[in-house]
Each structure stands twice: as structure tokens, then as C-alpha cells.
Design a protein around this ligand. Structure first.
Ligand code: 5GP
Ligand code: MN
Ligand code: MN
Length: 480
């Protein structure tokens, strides 16, 4: 609809710079994916993002991109950390929504026959849905400690090991966190949700590894065919959502002048260096810490459930964190742009950091092969483990996709699918055991609402921004 895309080369498309655009925009996609991306407001939102002050090089859309609040899901925008801006809409409401994968030394055979017991037990023990509390119930003081210290808090309380911290993006702790910048209302919403999946798109999935494509990397990640792994997807719950809302409203008001120059109110941004930019950054980092603790406590509970179901200690089943990676964040990072070192706010919204081999921020255990990147597919399709590729720093500020990406709205999904039918078919045809708080959730998240994850990952691999390492397939899935 009026937006022209020029082909730069295979999988690389450009919206050329014109009018008030500060830089060109780029979409990384194959032709079939591009057709799906063109169906909604994604391209318009991507183009709008090029108006953000200080945006550098390109506004980018990953192959799983689709429309979001103001800024596409699957979007990457790097803005100058001194002269640019920071935009809550380009981070997303669910601050540090992300995924973690836990390994086990169990095989699919060890699990066969126990699927129903396992899914029931996970569902009964891992808090999910709206309400329902968390793995722990704590007061505001503890919430504030979690906001300040992230996974360090979990380690101290015995919910995490040193190895868990070592295998988490930023070691599970953003030191720039400022708990005082998080509102009382946000903290209140968070306090009964510490260790809870939430609803809708969030899930815990037991999977089996079906393929290992790069054996030397697979070995470094401890992945083998037939192995059982657990994937956890959730974020910062009501606390992060409230934080995003609070700052959007304040930024719209206090930086109305900047907003006037932007094509969409939803892109509201605080100028770098302003008090509000610093406050939002501190609050966002605090919500990021909260989300890491959230996923850690869910993993802790999952270890306990496995121990009960299999009658063995979790250590004995080698239930170790492979990696935890955020996909709704902004971070101050240093990147080389046209030969110059620049301090940037890298916004990754529905996009995953994908640092290549040798990058100092890749954990020691993986530094020679690259950072693990986890890309969920759907409850009825494969998911992938990639490693950050050598081209990611040059092409995408060290980023790649975060999922398959939706093709259908939730409303449309409920018209197309019936939850119980989806569940029955998955169980009978695919031996996938799904348990959810409501049938509507299953319909909204049915495999058919998502793009083809194989195609998304193929594009990432072809471009060399995230290389295929392994594919997994669902066995048990619990949803909010
Ligand atoms: P988002 O963070 O944008 O909500 O979702 C991330 C991705 O998770 C989606 O794009 C989709 O590909 C994937 N996904 C959604 N539900 C499920 C599920 O139940 N299982 C798996 N493996 N992936 C899912
Ligand atoms: Mn997510
Ligand atoms: Mn989320």
C-alpha cells in the first residue's frame, strides 16, 4: 500500500530514504515471508521508525516480523545513546519477554508413557493464567531486591546455581536497574507473580531434539538427537506491562515536542540524556531483572516436578540451563558503524541478540562457537536453537528473529480454530500433550496462527546472522 521495497540482494529488501526518514529501512525476508509481512501495518511501522531521532544505519525488520504497538514485532532499531532517543514502544510492553532452554540427559524413550503425568504435574505446579500467584509470594521489599539484583537474588536464595547465572544473557543482572524508577503500582502487580507464566502466548514446553545440524556447535551446547529439553517463554508480567504504560504516558506528556515530529503517537520517545530517558532506562533494566527471576523460578519448579515424576534428583538428570535470552529489550551497546565506534541504544522488540563467536559477551563455555539463540515455532511445529552468526554485527546490530511470528490476529484465530479440537488433533496425530487454562488460549495460539518457522530460520541461516544448530519438537506443553 504505497510502500515500495527495493531488492538489495537475496533476502534483503530496502525502503529507500525519502521525506523525513533519517535512514533507509530494511526487511530481511524471503519472498514468501515478505508476502505475509506486507499484509498488515509492519512496513508502515518500520518506515515510521526511521523518523526516530538518532536512528543509525537502518531500521530493521527480521524475517518473523509483524505489526506491533508502534514498532514492529521482529524490529531492531539502534539509536544514538547521546544524541538519539529511547522509545518504550520499540521495546514492547512485556519487557524482557524471552526464552530459556534447559537441557536434560533424558531421552524421548525415558519419557514415553509418562507424558500425561508430566504435563498434568507441570500444569498443577507451575503457576499460569491470570491470577493464580507465583512460585513464591513476597513483599514489596523483596520485589525491590529482585528489581535491583535479578538472578543474584535467586542465587542467594537457593533458586539458582552459579552455572545458571553464567548461562544467561547479561548473567541475569542489569546493573543499571533503578527500582525507585518503577512505580508502586507496577511493584504491586509484580509481587504475586514472581515465578508465573502468565497467559496467552507464554508457555512451558517439554521437547525432544530431532536434528543437530552443526555437530561441533551442538556438542558445545550439549545437544544430541532424541534428548529431552525444556523451553520456557515468558516475561515480566504485570510489572513490566505497567512500567511500559507508566513511561509511555509520561513521555507523551513531557516530550510532546518530540512526539509532534513523529508519524505515530505510539513511537513516543524520550531524548537521550533527558531525565526521563535515564529513568525509563533504569526502570526497564529493573523489569528485565524481574523477568529473569521469573523464568528462573519457573525453571526451579520444573526441576522439582521432573524430580518427582522421574524419581531422580535434577542434578542427576543434568537439568542445566543451556541459555536464557531476552527478546523485548533495549540495551546500551557499542557497535562499529562505518568504521566508527558508536554508543547506541539497541532496541530489540521481538528480536533476539545473536552475538557471534569471539564476542566478549558470549559466555565462556560458548565463546568459540557463538551465542545460543532460541527460536520457538509453535505448539505443533519445530523450534530451533541457532548460534549467533558472523554477519550479525554488520547486518543487524547483532540480532536475529525471535520466533515464527504471527500471521493471524487473536480474534481471527478464535474464528478459525476451536481449542479442544486443536488439542485432540495434536495428541492423536502428533503425540503432543497440551494443557491450557482455557480453550480460547489454545485457539489463539494454534499452530496455524504462526508463520513457517523453518522458513524464518532458513533466512537467518542463509544471511549468516543466526546459524541453525538444532531443531526440537514438542512433547508436552502448558499454556496460560
Ligand atoms: P512472542 O514473544 O512474539 O509472543 O512469541 C514468540 C514466538 O513463540 C512466536 O512467534 C511463536 O513462533 C512461538 N510460539 C508461540 N506459542 C508457542 C508454543 O506453544 N510452542 C512453541 N514452541 N512456540 C510457540
Ligand atoms: Mn515473547
Ligand atoms: Mn511476552
Amino acid at each position: 500500500d504505497g510502500i515500495t521495497l527495493e531488492r538489495v540482494r537475496e533476502h534483503v529488501w530496502e525502503i529507500p530514504q525519502e521525506g523525513e526518514m533519517r535512514v533507509p529501512a530494511r526487511v530481511l525476508a524471503s519472498e514468501p515471508l515478505l508476502e505475509q509481512i506486507g499484509d498488515d501495518k509492519t512496513l508502515q511501522q518500520l518506515k515510521n521508525a526511521t523518523h526516530l531521532p538518532g536512528i543509525t544505519k537502518h531500521a530493521l525488520c527480521m524475517p518473523d516480523g509483524h505489526q506491533g504497538y508502534g514498532f514492529p514485532v521482529g524490529g531492531v532499531g539502534a539509536t544514538d545513546a547521546e544524541k538519539g532517543c529511547i522509545s518504550p514502544g520499540a521495546v514492547g510492553y512485556d519487557i524482557n519477554c524471552g526464552v530459556r532452554m534447559m537441557r536434560t540427559n533424558l531421552t524421548y524413550d525415558d519419557l514415553k508413557g509418562k507424558e500425561e503425568e508430566l504435563v498434568d504435574s507441570l500444569f498443577a505446579n507451575v503457576p499460569s493464567g491470570l491470577g493464580g500467584g507465583g512460585v513464591v509470594e513476597e513483599g514489596i521489599d523483596t520485589v525491590e531486591e529482585i528489581l535491583a539484583r535479578g538472578m543474584d537474588w535467586a542465587l542467594e536464595r537457593g533458586y539458582a546455581t552459579e552455572a545458571d547465572l553464567a548461562h544467561c544473557e547479561d548473567e541475569g543482572m542489569r546493573p543499571d536497574a533503578d527500582p525507585d524508577a518503577v512505580s508502586q503500582k507496577a511493584k504491586d502487580r509484580g509481587k504475586n507473580q514472581i515465578g508465573s507464566l502468565g497467559s496467552g502466548n507464554h508457555f512451558l514446553e517439554v521437547q525432544r531434539v530431532t536434528d543437530v545440524f552443526r555437530p561441533e556447535v551442538g556438542e558445545a551446547y550439549g545437544l544430541e538427537e532424541d534428548q529431552i529439553v525444556v523451553l520456557i517463554h515468558c516475561g515480566s508480567r504485570g510489572l513490566g506491562h505497567q512500567t511500559c504504560t507508566d513511561y509511555l504516558r509520561r513521555i507523551e506528556k513531557e516530550h510532546a515536542d518530540l512526539l509532534e515530529d513523529l508519524p505515530d503517537k505510539e513511537l513516543a520517545a524520550a531524548p537521550a540524556g533527558s531525565e526521563l530517558a535515564e529513568e525509563y532506562y533504569g526502570a526497564m533494566c529493573a523489569a528485565i531483572n524481574f523477568a529473569w527471576v521469573n523464568r528462573q523460578l519457573i525453571m526451579h519448579r520444573t526441576r522439582q516436578v521432573f524430580a518427582r515424576v522421574f524419581g531422580r534428583d535434577w542434578e542427576d538428570m543434568e537439568m542445566e540451563l543451556l541459555y536464557d535470552v531476552a527478546h523485548n529489550i533495549a540495551k546500551k551497546e557499542t557497535h562499529t558503524v562505518e568504521g566508527e565506534e558508536r554508543e547506541l541504544y539497541v532496541h530489540r522488540k521481538g528480536a533476539t541478540r545473536a552475538f557471534p563467536a569471539g564476542h566478549p559477551e558470549v559466555p565462556a563455555a560458548y565463546r568459540d562457537v557463538g551465542q545460543p539463540v532460541i527460536i520457538p515455532g509453535s505448539m505443533g511445529a519445530g523450534s530451533y536453537v541457532l548460534r549467533g552468526g558472523d554477519e550479525s554485527m554488520g547486518l543487524t546490530f547483532g540480532s536475529t528473529a525471535h520466533g515464527a511470528g504471527r500471521v493471524m490476529s487473536r480474534t481471527q484465530a478464535k474464528q478459525e480454530f476451536w481449542g479442544e479440537t486443536v488439542q485432540d488433533e495434536l495428541r492423536d496425530q502428533e503425540k503432543i500433550y497440551v494443557k491450557a487454562q482455557s480453550g480460547a488460549t489454545v485457539a489463539e495460539e494454534a499452530p496455524g496462527v504462526y508463520k513457517d518457522v523453518d522458513e524464518v530460520v532458513r533466512v537467518s541461516d542463509d544471511l549468516g546472522i543466526g546459524d541453525k544448530v538444532a531443531r526440537t519438537y514438542p512433547v508436552c506443553n502448558i499454556k496460560g
